[in-house]
Design a protein around this ligand. Sequence first.
Ligand code: C5P
Length: 218
Amino acid sequence: MYRCRTCAVVGNSGNLLGSHYGGAYIDNHDFVFRMNKAPVQGYEKDVGSRTTHRIMYPESATHLDNNTHLVLLPFKISFQGYEKDVGSRTTHRIMYPESATHLDNNTHLVLLPFKISCGSPVMVMHPAFMHYVHNAWLHIKSRRSYPSTGFLVLIFAMHICDEVNVFGFGANSKGTWHHYFEKTPKSFKRTGKHSGGIECETVLELHKRRLMDLYTGW
Ligand code: C5P
């Protein structure tokens, strides 16, 4: 019998502090995705305590407990080698390896490298998926920028979950961008190499269209 799969994507924003999203919201999802070094200990009330998957670039590597799958983003992409222009007529076909089928020359294949229920504790996000997010969702032309970890996970979740709820993204109510786990919060702006402005707009648009729900904490 088909059961709706729910996913919580938990970013690291300081807007989680005081949100009380912990047990009742976040932990009740089938999958709880967290990123990089984000701690749960001491923050359970606001961020929950379950982590089914932790997603990170290699330089953010951190200790994982035995119940958490690691999803490794293999590298930061510069996209050399993906020179082909992705124009409006290009389509993308997203599939698991066993569904592989013949593609015409105008179609990009975005391979989902694994089924998320598989037993392996380590998974690697396929670079083609990262490239697909960069091109099809952010329409970024520059090869010097790349999607943030959070944005990659959000789009990934939308492909594998029936219901996606997003926490810990964006600024707090005062407009400050920081991490919930920093003792003395340093505010930062999501710009630079992450194309933060486009990501923010896209996240708000997805929320508006009810393709996922964004919980801002305020
Ligand atoms: O900072 P870090 O990359 O570890 O945070 C993980 C993700 O959480 C980011 O990629 C971003 O999507 C999200 N985040 C956010 N707003 C913040 C902090 C983090 O949207 N203030």
